[in-house]
Design a protein around this ligand. Structure first.
Ligand SMILES: [Zn+2]
Length: 332
């Protein structure tokens, strides 16, 4: 048993309370490799932005959970080295799908876990979420739960159709589970192909897909039911078209990749939404930079030659999200 407090990590409780009050959102960035983690920590430290490092089940399988946990511990020390005296860094399990997985993360030094039982029947979702909450709270680890189903593909989490969260369920759910935050479904979606072309309109000037707007009426109804309660948005990459274009230009093939427009995320961040999950944008930034470097420099074979520009591009993207979309800079 390792407590996250010994590792210098924090849970999400105070962070979310401040964010809801202050009308901004905390970035939740997934990581599974060193360059990504360096970029996240550099951006957060320079901007003094609280940050949530997310580990998915897929990341655990890819990078090994022990290694990831020590990387997060290293990230705290690295942040201090960069001059951030009191780093506000959360290590969070993204989409935990069982009590055992959540428990092992709590025992292993995570400061926050998500139990995603949203695909189960309502009462089963409550029962499993409550079981995780009861365990996690013993160790002051915060728990994110989910109500409603997002469309899209995120590693093992895949759904063909989305179901918006039902605002009439949220009070009962939050009260009976004791969860600390709630991921809701209002039309965001996992992956780099968030919407099928038939769900979108096309901008006649650029020929690009214009996605359908988020269901802000659902968000508003949830807020009215649970005033001040921390709300989470998954699948909130904006799939910057400059990266899609770069990838396609340098030999990739991502036709019609489309995400959530940033002006909608900006609006959400000002509401009770206090955690916004961004994963695909970092993958796109990294891939675009690597493709460009290797295309322009066929002689490069030292991974540092193409991973350095990839890291720089990710950092630039993280900074832009923090400052321009979430508004979490200067809050830690
Ligand atoms: Zn998610």
């Amino acid at each position: 048993m390792v407590s996250y407090k010994e590792l210098g990590l924090v849970n999400t409780r105070e962070m979310f309370a401040k964010a809801v009050k202050g009308g901004y959102a905390i970035p939740a960035f997934n990581f599974n490799n060193m360059e990504q983690l360096q970029a996240i920590i550099q951006a957060a430290a320079e901007l003094r932005s609280p940050v949530i490092l997310q580990v998915s089940k897929g990341a655990r399988n890819y990078a090994n959970q022990t290694l990831l946990r020590y990387m997060a511990q290293g990230a705290v020390e690295y942040a201090k080295e960069l001059g951030w005296e009191n780093p506000q860094i959360v290590l969070h399990l993204d989409h935990g799908d069982s009590f055992e997985l959540c428990k092992s993360c709590v025992d292993f030094g995570f400061s926050s876990v998500m139990i995603d039982a949203s695909s189960l029947p309502y009462e089963d979702n409550i029962a499993l979420t409550k079981k995780v909450v009861d365990y996690a709270h013993k160790y002051d680890v915060t728990v994110e739960a989910e109500l409603g189903v997002l469309a899209g593909v995120e590693e093992e989490v895949a759904s063909e159709v989305s179901h918006y969260t039902k605002p009439e369920e949220v009070v009962d759910f939050a009260t009976r589970t004791g969860c600390d935050s709630l991921a809701i479904s209002i039309g965001t979606s996992h992956g780099a192909y968030k919407f099928k072309p038939e769900q979108c309109t096309r901008d006649p000037k650029t020929g690009r897909l214009v996605p359908p707007p988020l269901a802000f009426d659902v968000l508003k109804a949830v807020e009215e039911q649970l005033p001040g309660f921390p709300i989470v948005l998954h699948g909130s990459s904006s799939v910057p078209q400059e990266y899609v274009d770069m990838i396609n230009k340098y030999g990739g093939k991502l036709p019609d990749a489309v995400g959530i427009p940033e002006e909608q995320l900006r609006l959400a961040a000002k509401s009770a939404v206090c955690k916004i999950n961004i994963d695909s944008d970092s993958r796109l930034a990294m891939t675009a930079a690597v493709r460009k470097d290797l295309y322009e420099n066929p002689g490069h074979f030292d991974p540092r030659q193409y991973l350095k520009p990839a890291r720089d591009e990710m950092k630039k993207m993280y900074i832009q999200k923090i400052v321009d979309v979430l508004g979490s800079d200067g809050k830690a």
